[in-house]
Design a binder for this molecule. Structure first.
Ligand SMILES: Nc1ncnc2c1ncn2[C@@H]1O[C@H](COP(=O)(O)OP(=O)(O)O)[C@@H](O)[C@H]1O
Ligand SMILES: [Mg+2]
Length: 307
């Protein structure tokens, strides 16, 4: 199980990180890195490599395999440690705090920076993918489909999207990115799935949410995993987060994916607030208003459908 490596990072010496980055470099050429190559990859003496291997193995930052040759590779913990080390060298992260959430494909921690932030470690390579075509999209035409690599691509993609969407769309402000990790604004409020909106909040929150999906569409992006679990609500903001699976509006399934997003959100509101959100407006009406850039009308479409 992936553990919080933050306490370990403070016990490590720079040479431990040189060894870890040596293993990381070696993994570009194959999953397992031959021990003989480590002194040159890590620019450490063979004796120093022995000592650092022992320390990092003990802390489960690397794994060892002795089939064919004595080989090593980074674990997710080792990769976390390298990302944290980079963030701390450039002063993005001063300390790691409590866990903010565990997603299907991530671990998210509160971190201390110039102000509290959220640090998301991507774990896409671990366990089951929600959809196989997601894997294909991340790793198409790549030779090495290592888990770490898959997670790094997902983090890169999510960070690029946040940079593209912020501040025009209500998404967490992107702060920094390294390897499979991103640092972003820590969202205030609560996940939509965890709160009960008051009667007068329901329609405004629903229309704000759909308007943001409309704004993203204007930027050429469909979230494609929109649900009550990927929306944060605070008294003055409705924020859409968790973007790594987003698709371009030119994607061949763009229309289906947008429809599914709208359907999921409307479905949730109708189930949870059946007396306020009825069967009107139709999903098609909302999808069309997003596609045609008339998302400002969503609020009136929705309140017209309400009872
Ligand atoms: N910027 C943030 N601020 C506060 N909490 C966050 C933030 N980003 C994610 N979380 C928490 O972490 C959980 C998982 O994050 P998410 O981006 O949805 O990843 P996953 O792809 O694994 O679902 C969320 O459900 C939420 O509770
Ligand atoms: Mg999520």
């Amino acid at each position: 199980m992936v553990q919080n490596v933050a306490p370990l990072v403070s016990e490590l010496d720079p040479e431990d990180f040189y060894l870890l980055s040596g293993v990381e470099h070696g993994m570009r050429f194959g999953q397992w890195v031959n021990r003989n190559k480590l002194p040159s990859l890590a620019t450490l003496s063979p004796e120093e490599v022995d000592y650092r291997l022992e320390r990092t193995l003990k802390r489960k930052l690397i794994e060892k395999r002795t089939i064919q040759f004595e080989g090593y590779r980074l674990t997710f913990e080792g990769y976390d440690a390298l990302a944290l080390w980079s963030f701390s060298k450039r002063d993005t992260v001063e300390g790691v705090g409590a866990k903010l959430g565990v997603g299907k494909e991530s671990d998210v921690y509160e971190v201390q920076s110039f102000q509290p932030m959220a640090l998301k470690f991507h774990r896409e390579g671990i366990g089951n993918f929600r959809k196989l075509d997601r894997e294909r999209e991340y790793t198409a035409d790549r030779r090495h489909k290592s888990d770490l690599y898959t997670a790094r691509l997902a983090a890169e993609k999510e960070y690029e999207l946040l940079e593209k969407l912020y501040p025009g769309v209500a998404v967490p402000r992107p702060v920094d990115h390294n390897r499979h990790a991103i640092v972003m604004e820590k969202l205030e409020g609560a996940q939509l799935s965890q709160i009960a909106l008051t009667e007068d909040q329901v329609l405004p929150v629903l229309s704000r949410l759909l308007c943001e999906a409309g704004r993203a569409y204007q930027c050429g992006v469909i979230h494609a995993d929109l649900s009550e679990y990927n929306v944060f609500v605070s008294p003055n903001r409705v924020v859409l987060f968790d973007w790594p699976q987003a698709v371009n509006i030119e994607h061949e399934n763009a229309s289906e994916l947008l429809t599914r997003d709208v359907q999921t959100v409307l479905g949730y509101f109708r189930r949870k607030y059946p007396d306020i959100v009825r069967d009107e407006p139709t999903i098609e009406e909302i999808v069309a208003s997003i596609q045609e850039g008339r998302y400002a009308e969503i609020a009136s479409i929705i309140s017209a459908g309400a009872t």
